[in-house]
Design a protein around this ligand. Structure first.
Ligand code: 13P
Length: 250
């Protein structure tokens, strides 16, 4: 049985004040979250604040990006050891915004995945097709390629304890959600693709759905057999909505 995991991706949003209010709200409602693991991936400048505010709670936290380098002359970058220094458990890798806006290709994403995992962080590997790719029928080929890029570098066993987030690009921040069936179909494809290499890994790995998941549609998406949680953008910035999603996960 895979424990569901709901993670907020705050992206580049918030202030010290708004983040405190958001976390106070989430903490206050956590008693009603029964079985889901809960985490937030936050702008790096706020990680120290978030670490302090989440001390003694069951809410995990992580970064949204990481360097492949350990230290040195890499202006603006943040290393795995820096994330770990502040208690991060997770880091997003390969978010579609990083891929499309910052030129991270499959090779870069695979390298980031590998350094994060080796350092002891749990990478949340984001994969997903664009609208054009969906419309021309290449969704499966695209997610397979994105997955293979990581497996080729790090091996199939590296996937087991990590998290995969299927995020169709056309559903991110658009208010347009994949239907539960569309999402389930791709999740099942991802799992079957992993099972070709290792049934154990396929059974174990948690696959989140991301892309306009909100308080209203979460329960139905999360009820699909291969959807093990959500990676939540906009709705994770509103405590009540985020908690509703966490509760829907169990
Ligand atoms: P939205 O929930 O705002 O669509 O964002 C999803 C996402 O990109 C999470 O990583």
């Amino acid at each position: 049985m895979r424990q569901p995991i709901i993670a907020g991706n705050w992206k580049m949003n918030g202030s010290r004040e708004s983040i405190k209010a958001l976390l106070d709200g989430i903490k206050a409602g956590m008693g009603d979250v029964k079985s889901a693991e809960v985490a937030v991936c936050v702008p790096s400048i706020y990680i120290a604040d978030v670490a302090e505010q989440l001390k003694g709670t069951d809410i995990g936290f992580g970064g949204q990006n990481v360097s492949t380098e350990e230290k040195g002359a890499f202006t603006g970058e943040i290393s795995t050891s820096m994330l770990l220094d502040f208690g991060c458990k997770y880091v997003l890798v390969g978010h579609s915004e990083r891929r499309s806006l910052y030129g991270e290709d499959d090779a870069v994403v695979a390298a980031k995945f590998a350094v994060a995992r080796k350092a002891g962080l749990i990478p949340v590997l984001c994969i997903g097709e664009t609208l054009e790719e969906r419309e021309n029928g290449t969704t499966e080929a695209v997610v397979a390629r994105q997955l293979d890029a990581v497996i080729d570098v790090d091996g199939i066993d590296a996937i087991a304890d990590c998290i995969i987030a299927y995020e169709p690009v056309w559903a991110i921040g658009t208010g347009k959600t994949a239907t539960p069936q569309q999402a389930q179909d791709v999740h099942a494809f991802i799992r079957s693709k992993l099972a070709d290499k290792s049934k154990d890994v396929a059974d174990k790995v948690r696959i989140q759905y991301g892309g306009s998941m909100n308080a209203g549609n979460a329960a139905e998406l999360l009820s699909q057999p291969d959807i093990d949680g959500g990676l939540i953008g906009g709705a994770s910035l509103v405590a009540e909505d985020f908690l509703t999603i966490c509760k829907a996960a169990g």
